[in-house]
Each structure stands twice: as structure tokens, then as C-alpha cells.
Design a protein around this ligand. Structure first.
Ligand SMILES: [Ca+2]
Ligand SMILES: [Ca+2]
Length: 262
């Protein structure tokens, strides 16, 4: 019993250590398709301050402008991980919206999962309909047939487009702090899940017909005036690295051992 417990722990630790360094990630069945920690060379990354991000795994699609979607190390709120993070905001003058988007090998098999996981600092303020998240088949097809699910943030919660309008989900956005977003969808399903720090709606409505669509494109999009520079930018960074989680687990085990010993 003791050995099997250690074996499970050791196996999980090896798995964690072998996982790629944390990032804002797009996953297929927990395999990383796109990942970025938005760090500069000094921090072990490939990005440049003031420039659009270069993904560490896979590729982002270039933004429409060069000013709305840049890597920064400004002091507030400060990087969650490494030496830099992504600042996403509409500048109010350029023609393009701030957006982080990617194509990836389409997920075509029923039961396979798509996941977007990122560390997000959502600055407080209006935020009604200024940021959207969507999963689509190609990203180039029309509305609504290319869409698997489409969301906006309104009234402090995620709203999902159900074919006729946006309906509120039970997923609350927690502003003015770093939180972990995990947005996931299983190919063939009529619902999707959006968790903030592990809590949220696990049965939000996908687009009508979503169950018949592949998933090959995802986008987080800041589009309207309340996301202008100086208004309510959003910051993205890597989720805490697996090594940190291992240390947390080991710390927790240490506490258990200590308590059992007393
Ligand atoms: Ca990078
Ligand atoms: Ca970083």
C-alpha cells in the first residue's frame, strides 16, 4: 500500500516535471498545441518588450495592428510568471481590435477535448461586451456556421450566444487579480465549460449545430471602447509552472506527515 502510494506520487511527479513550462495554452486532450509565457530572452522566453508575442509552442496569428497586443513588464500589475506578460487593449484609434488568436490542427474526433488555459488579470470597470472569446472551426468561415461557441462578458459574468442572443452563465469574472481561466469543450457536445479558479459553469450553451463542428481556431478578442488604452486592459500570463505545483504538493504532504507524527 505504501509502495503503491509512492509509485503513484512518483509517476505523477515525473509527468508534471515532463510537462512543458506553463503558459497561456491551447490543449488538445491535454497535449499542448499552442503555448506562450510572454517572457523575454532574459526570462528564458523569445519575446520582445513592446512587440506582439511569439508563441513558444505553435503560433499566434498576427494581430491586425502592432500597438494593441504587446508584451510588457510594466510594474502594475506585474508579471504573474517570469519577467513579462501580455497586455491586451484596444487603443481607440487603430482600426484593428486587440486580440490573441490561433489556428491549430483541428479537433475532429468526438470525445476529444479542446482547452484554453491562461492566467488572466481582468482589470475592473465596465467590461460590458468589450471582450469576447470564441472557438471556431477555421476562423475564416461565416457566422454562425463557423462557430462552436461564442461568448461575451457582461454584468461581471460570462455570457454565451445560444443562437438568438447572449445568455448569462454562472461563471463569474473575478477582476483586479490574477486568476486562472480554463475554457474547455468536448467535440460533439452542445455545451462548454468556463472555470475561473476552478469554479464556473460546466454546461454553458454552445452554438446551435456545434456538435457537428470541428474546432481549429480560438480567439480572445478586445473590441470595444471600454477596452481602450487607459480604460480596462486585460493582461495574460502563464499559469503557475508544474514545478511550482509539485512543490506545493510536496509541501502539503509534508504538513500531513508532520500532523500524523504529532
Ligand atoms: Ca513567447
Ligand atoms: Ca510571463
Amino acid at each position: 500500500m505504501r509502495f503503491s502510494g509512492f509509485a503513484v506520487l512518483a509517476a505523477s511527479m515525473v509527468g508534471l516535471f515532463l510537462s512543458p513550462a506553463g503558459g497561456t495554452e491551447i490543449l488538445w486532450n491535454n497535449v499542448v498545441l499552442v503555448s506562450d509565457n510572454f517572457d523575454t530572452t532574459a526570462g528564458g522566453g523569445n519575446d520582445t518588450l513592446g512587440a506582439q508575442p511569439l508563441a513558444d509552442v505553435g503560433a499566434w496569428i498576427s494581430n491586425d495592428t502592432t500597438v494593441n497586443n504587446v508584451v510588457t513588464n510594466a510594474s502594475a500589475p506585474g508579471a504573474q510568471q517570469g519577467d513579462a506578460y501580455l497586455r491586451l487593449a484596444h487603443d481607440g484609434t487603430a482600426t484593428g481590435a486587440a486580440q490573441l488568436k490561433a489556428n491549430f490542427a483541428p479537433i475532429t474526433t468526438a470525445g476529444d477535448t479542446f482547452t484554453w488555459r491562461s492566467r488572466v488579470y481582468f482589470t475592473g470597470g465596465g467590461h460590458d461586451d468589450d471582450y469576447q472569446f470564441s472557438a471556431r472551426t477555421t476562423g475564416t468561415g461565416g457566422f454562425p456556421d463557423d462557430y462552436v461557441f461564442l461568448t461575451t462578458i457582461r454584468g461581471g459574468v460570462v455570457n454565451a450566444y445560444d443562437g438568438s442572443g447572449y445568455v448569462p452563465t454562472s461563471t463569474k469574472i473575478l477582476p483586479d487579480r490574477w486568476t486562472t481561466w480554463e475554457i474547455s469543450y468536448t467535440r460533439g457536445a452542445n455545451t462548454f465549460s468556463w472555470l475561473v479558479n476552478g469554479v464556473g459553469d460546466t454546461a454553458a450553451p454552445a452554438m446551435p449545430g456545434a456538435a457537428d463542428r470541428d474546432i481549429g481556431f480560438a480567439m480572445f478578442w478586445g473590441n470595444y471602447t471600454s477596452s481602450q488604452d487607459g480604460g480596462f486592459p486585460v493582461y495574460l500570463d502563464a499559469v503557475p509552472e508544474p514545478a511550482s505545483i509539485v512543490l506545493l504538493v510536496l509541501g502539503g504532504l509534508g504538513l500531513l506527515v508532520t500532523r500524523r507524527g504529532t
